[in-house]
Design a protein. Structure first.
Ligand SMILES: Nc1ncnc2c1ncn2[C@@H]1O[C@H](COP(=O)(O)OP(=O)(O)OP(=O)(O)O)[C@@H](O)[C@H]1O
Ligand SMILES: [Mg+2]
Lengths: 241, 230
């Protein structure tokens, strides 16, 4: 329905730096995100994964370098959605949170209730629809936030450690949702610490260390033939500093 | 104390003078709060959501004005409305309208400052999510006002409590004219000095009852909203 807006893909970063005060959070990133299988962003804490996703969402702008979305220098209000590492629930019911996101994309009013129910059902929360969202558990809130992101029918879905506070069953369930979304043409860009999850989902991997892209490769190459010692150490489970 | 017995008799007997005074007081204070809300909420939202030079100074002044001395507000409005003042031609001095204006000015900083704080706190929480959902500026304001509505009502009740209880502005700009601009607080001040304690005490009891009822309402609203909206 919202397919009139121009595509945001490929999403390209060209020499992108982000400096905040005297710290360099991201350092000379060259990266192109193209349609296809999920791109997984991995790396130790503080390596810049969240910041990279925020740049892709145009919530922050680079202090140096250029970004483009489908060839345009400004993303506009496109078909992107993000699931934050720490999602914030609006002070409303779970259903109202999802419905709010539908309203923002101009989804027809009389169809919103049905669509909200369908989305909450998809993330396994249909019976919690009427609960105040802020009273839900961390994992439940994360799934409401996923439903809210899916409500935007995104072309690019940015996910920041979407399963970090989920139990194993919910994790597999959410991975299934992500896989389904990817198969139906949504470009997934997802930060994760969980190497097992990366193996299960990734088409390609962006490996970050200290604000730089250390390695970018297909998932198979990344795990079987890491080209940098840092990546090899990260895969072995050694500390990368 | 025989006075207190008489006071209760006045209340229970539905004394006409007494209830006319109560009615006028409530009408003046409610109108003042309504005006302060109409101006104060947009002002608070504007201060919360925009950045401009002098904003910090404005916030400091606004917060300071929450404790404006009523007599000073009364004096200022008196000077504005008096016959030789800039607004003297409207002949508003010593009318209920003048009292509404003065109380609105007294309450405006309370409502604007509390609204600013509430909306700004909520915005810092919501900013990323609302931006990511592409919410328009008008939509943001509507969402923030709606989601902080319970806190805003508390601010409004605080403003009403202040207006209903103050004596300084209404005394100066209303003139305490019997049957016309005499409110609960000015009557209490006058009747006490004249020694008519039953009427003064009757009004005092009603005034305290109103203030307690307002605070109970604010308290109940808070509990209820925490359960409802989280
Ligand atoms: N607004 C900011 N001001 C200062 N430093 C910042 C800011 N935002 C991020 N940083 C720094 O940039 C680095 C990267 O942060 P980021 O949140 O992107 O890491 P991350 O890879 O997502 O880490 P994690 O795995 O813990 O989520 C961190 O060292 C962080 O302290
Ligand atoms: Mg992060």
């Amino acid at each position: 329905m919202m397919r009139a807006t121009p595509s945001d893909l490929p999403l390209a970063l060209d020499g992108v730096c982000l400096r905040i005060g005297s710290t360099t959070v991201l350092d000379r990133l060259d990266l192109t995100i193209t349609p296809g299988a999920p791109t997984l962003v991995v790396g130790p804490n503080g390596s810049g994964k969240t910041t990279l996703l925020r740049l892709c969402m145009q919530l922050v702008r680079p202090t140096e370098g250029r970004m483009s979305w489908g060839g345009r220098a400004d993303a506009g209000q496109g078909r992107r959605a993000i699931l934050f590492q720490k999602p914030v629930m609006l002070r409303r019911s779970a259903a109202a949170n999802v419905c709010y996101a539908l309203a923002q994309i101009g989804y027809p009013r009389h169809l919103r209730a049905a669509c909200t129910h369908e989305l909450l059902d998809r993330v396994g929360l249909a019976d919690l629809a009427a609960r105040p969202a802020r009273h839900l558990s961390g994992g439940e809130q994360q799934r409401v936030a996923l439903a809210r992101a899916l409500a935007r029918q995104p072309e690019i879905l940015l996910l920041d450690e979407p399963t970090a506070s989920l139990d194993p069953a919910a994790t597999l369930h959410v991975e299934e949702i992500i896989r389904t979304a990817a198969q139906s043409g949504t470009k997934i860009v997802m930060a994760s610490h969980d190497l097992g999850q990366v193996r299960r989902l990734a088409g390609d991997v962006v490996f970050m260390v200290r604000g730089r892209v250390c390695e970018q490769a297909t998932a198979v190459d990344f795990f079987d033939r890491p080209s940098t010692p840092e990546a090899a150490a990260f895969i072995r489970g050694d500390l990368v500093l | 104390m025989p006075e207190s017995v008489d006071a209760w008799q006045l209340i229970a007997g539905g004394d006409a003078t007494l209830f006319a005074i109560v009615r006028l007081s409530l009408a003046v204070s409610l109108s003042a709060v309504a005006i302060a809300v109409l101006v104060g909420l947009p002002l608070g939202a504007l201060l919360a959501l925009t950045r401009f030079p002098g904003r910090s100074a404005m916030i400091v002044v606004l917060n300071g004005f929450m404790g404006l001395p009523p007599v000073v507000v009364g004096l200022t409005v008196y000077l504005l409305l008096s016959r030789s003042g800039p607004l003297g031609e409207f002949g508003l001095l010593f009318t209920p309208a003048a009292m509404v204006i003065a109380q609105a000015l007294l309450v405006l900083p309370i409502i604007a400052a509390l609204a600013r704080q509430t909306i700004e706190d909520l915005w810092s929480e919501y900013r990323d999510e609302l931006t990511a959902m592409g919410v328009s500026p008008a939509g943001r304001v509507a969402t923030l006002l709606w989601d902080s509505r319970f806190s805003l009502v508390t601010a409004l009740l605080a403003g009403f409590g202040r207006a209903a209880a103050e004596v300084g502005t209404v005394m100066i700009v209303g003139g305490n004219i019997e049957g016309f601009t005499r409110t609960m607080t000015t009557t209490i001040a006058l009747e006490t000095s004249k020694g008519n304690l039953p009427l003064a005490m009757g009004l005092g009891i009603i005034l305290i009852g109103i203030i307690i009822a307002i605070n109970a309402a604010a308290w109940g609203l808070r509990l209820w909203s925490e359960r409802r909206a989280g």
